[in-house]
Write a protein that binds this ligand. Structure first.
Ligand code: NAD
Length: 295
């Protein structure tokens, strides 16, 4: 059993913290919304009223926050984790944020004698609830091994990507593939509709041909072929279009900073941006099918 401080109890953080409790760990929790703390206290967590109090006496501090801005505030602001955590506490940020901030915070933590790793996740809310997330981890080997049993209580795979920031780099590269491939699959189904080709027929053929990909066979953007995909429930998320846009914007910023060229990535981001601007922000990202179809 470990003593764990957990900050950020939203769609992902709340089920992740619940899984740590189920695994028998002592978990102290904090969020800006008291009702979110209350729901975790009802299932065995201890409440905290600040980030500093959350990590008091903790062996591990986990954050699951919206973006780099909040992560920076919680770690490096006055009363932040880098200032207040005891030496020996391992800091684990599971949020999806920009690579530069992840590297900078790990460096600041190291200068204060604290270990910090970035451990963003793939698997969405369903994976957080079922404890089947994949963690992509950046940081020193020894720190990653120390975190492994804790992360394993929330996920099915813990993969070390490299040094600090490498987890975030892996996450945005993966979601770049996903964001682009989803649009490719949507365009293929929109064309098939115009050509009078049945959804199921295209699916049955492409799923066994060179067009096969996760966006088609696990997350098909039209209703029918994959019963569990959001298309079958009016594109209820899942993974929202707003989140996909955030991740593509992170990829574009990283490409600009590093000199990489992202032609399709930039174009895909513009399509999700239009979908979000037309009211699709809280819709699953596969709902971009509506925009592609011209609705
Ligand atoms: P969310 O907005 O539902 O939850 C974030 C939580 O952080 C909220 O409860 C908010 O009140 C809290 N918070 C914000 N600032 C805070 C602060 N200063 N102190 C304490 N708490 C604070 O977001 P989410 O869907 O849980 O996503 C969290 C992270 O996981 C994001 O970085 C996201 O990109 C990533 N992610 C999400 C998914 C998904 O499907 N939702 C999948 C993979 C990765």
């Amino acid at each position: 059993m470990a003593r764990i401080g957990f900050i950020g109890l939203g769609n992902m953080g709340a089920p992740m913290a619940r899984n740590l409790l189920r695994a028998g760990h002592a978990v102290r929790v904090f969020d800006l919304f008291p009702d979110r703390i209350g729901r975790l206290v009802a299932v065995g967590a201890e409440a905290a009223d600040s980030p500093a109090q959350t990590v008091l006496g903790a062996e591990f501090a986990i954050t699951m926050l919206p973006s780099g801005r909040e992560v920076r505030a919680v770690y490096s602001g006055p009363g932040g984790l880098i200032e207040t955590a005891a030496p020996g506490t391992l800091l684990i940020d599971c949020s999806t944020i920009d690579v530069a901030t992840a590297r900078e915070l790990a460096h600041l933590a190291g200068a204060s004698g604290l270990g910090m790793i970035d451990a963003p996740v793939s698997g969405g809310v369903g994976g957080a609830e079922a404890a089947t997330l994949t963690f992509m981890v950046g940081g020193a080997d020894e720190l990653v091994e120390r975190a492994r049993p804790i992360l394993s209580a929330m996920g099915k795979a813990v993969v070390r990507a490299g040094e600090a920031g490498a987890g975030q780099a892996a996450k945005i590269c993966n979601n770049l593939i996903l964001g682009i491939s989803m649009i490719a699959v949507c365009e293929a189904f929109a064309l098939a509709e115009r050509l009078g080709l049945d959804h199921q027929a295209l699916f049955d053929i492409a799923a066994q041909s060179s067009g096969q990909c996760w966006s088609l066979t696990s997350y098909c953007p039209v209703p029918g072929p994959v019963p569990s995909s959001p298309a079958n429930r009016d594109y209820a998320p899942g993974f929202t279009a707003q989140m996909m846009l955030k991740d593509l914007d992170l990829a574009i910023a990283a490409a600009q900073a590093s000199g990489a060229r992202l032609e399709l990535g930039v174009h895909a981001a513009e399509l999700y941006r239009r979908f979000v601007a037309c009211g699709g922000a809280s819709t699953d990202f596969s709902g971009v099918m509506r925009l592609i179809r011209g609705a």
